[in-house]
Structure formats: structure tokens, C-alpha cells
Design a binder for this molecule. Sequence first.
Ligand SMILES: [Zn+2]
Length: 266
Amino acid sequence: MVAAVASYLDARARGGTWFVRMEDLDPPREVPGAADDILRTLEGFGLNWDGEVLYQHTRHAAYRAALDQLVEEDKAFGCCCTRRDLAEADGLQVYPGTCRAGLPSGVEPRSWRFRMPDHEELVWQDAVQGDQRYASERVGDVTLLRADGQWAYHLAVVVDDEYQGITDVVRGADLVDATAAHIALQRALGFRPLRYAHLPIVTNAQGQKLSKQSLAQPVSVVEAPQTLKKVFAHLRITGYEMDAPPKMLDQATSNWQLSLLKQRGA
Ligand SMILES: [Zn+2]
């Protein structure tokens, strides 16, 4: 809800459009009806989106075309490593480059990876987190098509941001590292650069991000004004009156200042 409200206000305050995208790349893990629940919740909070909702499960052909282009230009490679192979590589978070030079003859790729350029600086001016600078080696050869046949988040997001003409991405600071990979992929595919703002995330008392994994309760449209009040406090929004959600959002749009979050860190 924090990311939804902040991105909505940022778009509205600047006369932009606000899109909703369902990143439903993992059908086995999807709860039936979850996407509709999300849309009904957004509507209940007065967060009305522009245009059609884009569902990533309808976009597989576009992800395939992007991967084919990268493979054609030798910017992606097949990888035969198993999860266990990679775990044994010293618990490295970054792929150790095992299959970069090609697979042994007769070995089929299990997954496909981006060939991250060596010695490239991935930099952006984040509207909340400030100057960000990543060496490409710190990001590594991220997965594009997973061993289970599902498209990886990194590729799908980059392809769809370009397809939808996205100019500004406003999301949680837990995705800052992913942005470095996205910038490298945008360059490799010849896509436009985007502007980014990574918001402070909401945590529980143990410092864990509120999410399904940390067993947080779902946002409910019951008591929507009270929930919006908490979201506004997190986003440093002041100078509004309690009212129906659409009126609260209108007031917040007039007072929206992303720069107020700059001192908050992640
Ligand atoms: Zn490999």
C-alpha cells in the first residue's frame, strides 16, 4: 500500500499516468483470486489506475523475443548449474561465471543468464536514496529464464517497462539492488533509461519487511481512512483531513513532496 500510494501521488502530482501491472510470473505459487483482490483493494482506496491492467502471464512471447535478441548478440548464455552447484560455490550471492565460456558438448542448458558486461558502472540518481553506484561484478550474470521454465522477474520487468513507456519507477528500497541489474539489461536491449525512487520499507518490530513471508495481515478496505493515515505518516505527508479515501488522496496530491523522504534511508 505504501508503494501504491507513493507511486500514485507522484504520478498525479506531476500530471502523469499511473499504471497497474500484475507480475504473475509464478503460476504454481499464485493464489486463485489474488489478482482480483488486489484490484478491488486499490479501488476501495480510491487508487484508480489509467488504462488496462497489464498481466505478465500474457507477455511470454515478448520475453522470449528479448531473450532471443540477447542470445543472438551473445549477451546471454545457457547455464547448466544446479542450485546445489551454486550453493557449493562458497555460498556466493553473485553467479561465479561457471558457464560463461560455454557448456561442455552434449550438455543442455537448464537456465539462461544475462552476460553482465565486465567493469561497467551501473549508476543512477535515486530520488529518495541519492546517488547509487554499482560495479557490474557486484551484480553478476542474473537469470533471465529459470530452470523451471519460468521467466525471471528481472527480464520481465525491464521488457514491460519499455513496452508500457514507463518513465518513473517508485517502489520499495528492498529492490535497490535489482535496479542495478535492470539498468544493465536496459542498456543491453537498447531501451530508454528510467527515473527511480526507492521508498523506505515498512518493517515489523524485528526489522523484517511487512509481507506474506513475515506473516503480515493483508490490507483491508475496512477502515481505509485509518490505513491511509498510517501510510501518509510513513510517507511524511501532512496537512490533510480525515475523509473518504479519494478526498484524502486529493489532499495528499497537493502536499506531495518525494524529497521529504530523503533523510529516511532504506
Ligand atoms: Zn552455470
